[in-house]
Design a protein around this ligand. Sequence first.
Ligand code: A2P
Length: 301
Amino acid sequence: MSTVTQPQPTIPLNNGVHLLAIGFGLCHTPPNATVEAVETAIRSGYRLVDTAAAYLNERQVGEGIAGSGIDRAELFLQTKLWISDYGRDQALRAFDVSTRKLGLSYVDLYLLHQPVPTHFDDTVAAYQALEELLADGRVRAIGVCNFDEQQLADLIAHTDVVPAVNQVELHPFYVQPRLRDAHARLGITSQAWSPLGGVNRYRPADPNAVRNPLAHPVVVGLAERYGKTPAQVVLRWHVEHGTSAIPKSTRPERIAENIDIFDFALSADDVGAIDHLDTGVRGGPDPNAIDPERYPLTIPD
Ligand code: A2P
């Protein structure tokens, strides 16, 4: 298995902290596969690891980090606060639980996992708790996930720190140009979840969502022309856009493949060709439909 040795591109966040362009995603990675996946990822060269309280694998992520022997300072660890812990006091407590499970004294990027439109006051209070953690040096940057343009505006109107990152569904079939323009205006970095479009295969909320960007003739043709795999072309497309992407896999060869993308670049025309694959149809759940009643998950200690 190869290890990436080229310098990895980073993206400066709005508070001066640098985010890596490619990270290792762990959504849906079962706890019993997580330790090995994290160790493999770190061995392959990943230095950004993305988890969440709601993935229920933070403890195993921590074990994988410890087992890898990596120096903590070399790693960028991001995790997310789940909606059942929104509100200031709940959020601060949940952060302590996450760091205890991870075995870390600080987190590099702490994110609200979802907006909760039906309880937006609690969403704001949770974000204010993130601001406190930032001021206390327990997190190096804060942000959100799955916020739309209006929700970003509402949050920013009620809080002091503009989110550094909005992590959203982004892949060649769901390009979100308007939201990304809003991010650029607001100084927010876009981070892509399901950057390979995997969500269209494993959890299509909309049965009409086109299934697999990696099998699309445009992507396959570019892969042949660049001598890369379809996944590498798609991940490079994210990098060309200045987007951070967190592909996930439990297969060692794919884990290595997905970070081995720093020795080529796509032309502007080829970036545009992938942009044109946008269907405007998301594969994942509508973020506006998420509330504690519909998603009653609570996070065990
Ligand atoms: P697996 O875990 O079997 O490798 P996304 O991050 O966009 O949601 O995509 C994740 C999905 O894509 C997973 O089902 C993963 O399956 C698969 N996948 C990850 N890397 C690759 C790759 N390089 N080529 C093909 N499929 C991949």
